[in-house]
Design a protein around this ligand. Structure first.
Ligand SMILES: NC(=O)c1ccc[n+]([C@@H]2O[C@H](COP(=O)([O-])OP(=O)(O)OC[C@H]3O[C@@H](n4cnc5c(N)ncnc54)[C@H](OP(=O)(O)O)[C@@H]3O)[C@@H](O)[C@H]2O)c1
Length: 315
């Protein structure tokens, strides 16, 4: 494994880290069961992963993690989790609700302290209100020793231009940010990643492959849409738009996606979400292996760099 420093937290984190949400949720959403999820978690630790990301609302992920990590030395892993600051009607939760979410996460994870406690999927329109209402209470949790560092994650679908993270980085309140950055989502490299580096904020990259790079049908659909709307040249192949990346040590489009997601030097760690041990091993091998050739990264930016602001892949 390779390790990087997670910005101002000073934590040493594995370059490849395990996510327990996304379309897989440790396999809860797909093909897995709790025993397989446990294998994934234990294998990740064996391969040197030391950061695992979860959230209060990722189904049973926190509880599965808590059970799988029982008996594992607490000093050998870092746990990041999140609370969702909104109710179903979009209103902001109370400080009491946030504290109760934190207490539940501590219980389910079976830990005394959460290493990184994150505001989950904050949108730019309500960023200021969310911070004003909840940030002081999260600081109190830190003072009480229940959490160590405070982070914030974006909700990429309605905010592909990372407006929320631009506000967050201007505030300078955050130890870490979680951003979506990848082959079809390049816009973080314009403002967010340079600013995070300047402010020494730890950057966790989420969802670098998700569904567009793992499901050829989804990739074809988005490529066709971008061609139809003139965002991509007509001669880009519908089926094989990213096939130029698969050569030499790059075994698949998925591997290319994880390599790309880990390459930027402002990124401390790239999360992969899986419920499958083979995928886990492939992803770590991809992230730790040689980076994509510079010419291929240039081609990625030439093809997709211009549409990141308003038309980036939202899946
Ligand atoms: N706003 C937020 O806070 C936010 C949003 C999104 C994600 N996250 C965090 O970031 C983590 C990573 O995001 P993600 O789970 O969307 O990540 P991802 O790693 O980009 O995508 C995961 C998807 O790819 C599949 N996959 C993984 N490795 C594969 C491989 N080698 N070959 C084929 N398919 C593969 C997984 O299914 P299999 O189970 O079949 O492998 C799953 O469907 C989440 O788990 C979560 O912790 C946070």
């Amino acid at each position: 494994m390779r390790y990087r420093t997670l910005g101002r937290t000073g934590l040493t984190v594995s370059l490849a880290s395990l996510g327990t949400g996304g379309p897989s949720r440790l396999g809860q959403q797909t093909h897995g069961d709790a025993a397989k999820a446990r294998q994934v978690i234990r294998r990740a630790l064996e391969l040197g992963v030391n950061l695992i990301d979860s959230a209060a609302n990722y189904g049973d992920s926190e509880a599965i993690l808590g059970r799988a990590l029982s008996g594992v030395a607490r000093s050998s892993y870092l746990v990041a989790t999140k609370f969702f600051p909104y109710r179903d009607d979009g209103s902001i939760i109370t400080t009491e609700e946030m504290v109760s979410s934190c207490e539940r996460s501590l219980r389910r994870l079976s830990v005394d302290v959460i290493d990184i406690y994150q505001f989950h999927s904050v949108v730019p329109e309500s960023y200021r209100d969310v911070v004003d209402r909840l940030y002081p209470a999260v600081v109190r949790l830190r003072e009480q020793g229940k959490i160590r560092f405070i982070g914030i994650t974006e909700y990429f679908f309605p905010d592909p231009a990372h407006k929320m993270l631009e506000l967050a980085l201007a505030d300078d309140l955050w130890d870490t940010i979680m951003v979506k950055y990848g082959i079809l989502n390049l816009s973080a490299e314009w403002q967010v990643l340079p600013l995070a580096r300047k402010r020494n904020v730890g950057v966790i990259n989420m969802s670098p492959v998700r569904v567009k790079l793992t499901r050829p049908d989804e990739l074809r659909k988005v490529i066709c849409r971008w061609k139809e709307t003139g965002l991509l040249p007509g001669d880009v192949s519908d089926e094989g738009a990213l096939d130029f990346l698969v050569r030499g040590p790059v075994s698949s489009v998925v591997a290319a996606g994880y390599k790309f997601g880990a390459a930027h030097d402002a990124i401390a760690t790239v999360l992969f979400g899986t419920g499958n041990v083979t995928h886990l091993e492939e992803n770590i091998e991809a992230i730790l292996g040689p980076p994509l050739p510079v010419a291929d990264c240039d081609r990625v930016r030439q093809l997709f760099g211009h549409l990141a602001e308003s038309e980036g892949d939202t899946g």
